[in-house]
Design a protein around this ligand. Structure first.
Ligand SMILES: [Zn+2]
Length: 200
């Protein structure tokens, strides 16, 4: 089922997305006030997302099996980012999933030997290669993000229902976009008004 429709548009990339493709990847599952927007919902969506970020060559095709693996990796990555924000230890399967993606290599072409070609080398799973390569790049960046200097400034957007992560550009800012900031301010103003009404 397709969750994407024309009424749902993604806000501009959250701060830190340009430096960390892993952050951008984690934020490809969006909770907007109008509903959920999954930028990896279909194989075509996943392909577009990867091509736009230079993680897959133009003309590449990602099949549903691989799109599903990308979405799985994203779920685990979101658990890891949330744990880092909360100062908690994540479940081991999330760490394992990231390490599997990190260790996978799509470059090892296997030896094949048949008639009439004789010996030659060919990729093990040519169809999987695009996704495997992309996941390795994303996982490497995620490991860097979680252990590097930006980890201290990692935050979850505080503007409900948004669930995006960001690297804070200044200490006070805990929202991912102008759109979310406006919602936080409007909610605060509403709370102040309601409180004033209750006490008057
Ligand atoms: Zn937000």
């Amino acid at each position: 089922m397709r969750t994407v429709n024309a009424a749902l548009t993604a806000p501009p990339p959250a701060p830190g997305s340009e430096q960390h493709v892993a952050l951008d990847f984690a934020n490809s599952d969006l909770a907007l006030t109008a509903g959920r927007l999954d930028l990896l919902a279909t194989p075509a969506d996943a392909t577009r997302w990867l091509v736009e970020r230079g993680l897959a060559p133009v003309g590449a095709e990602v099949y549903e099996y691989c799109a599903g693996r990308l979405r799985d990796l994203r779920s685990h990555l979101r658990v890891l980012l949330a744990a880092r924000v909360d100062g908690a230890v994540p479940p081991p399967e999330a760490v394992d999933a990231l390490n599997s993606a990190l260790a996978a290599t799509s470059s090892a072409a296997l030896l094949r030997w048949d008639e009439p070609h004789g010996p030659y080398r060919a990729p093990a799973h040519p169809v999987d290669q695009v996704a495997v390569h992309a996941m390795a790049v994303i996982a490497a960046d995620a490991a860097e993000l979680l252990t590097g200097p930006d980890a201290e400034r990692l935050a979850a957007c505080s503007a409900s229902p948004c669930t995006r992560f960001l690297v804070r550009t200044h200490a006070a800012r805990h929202w991912c976009s102008v759109r979310c900031g406006d919602r936080v301010r409007a909610a605060r103003a509403y709370a102040r008004r309601t409180k004033a009404d209750a006490t008057s």
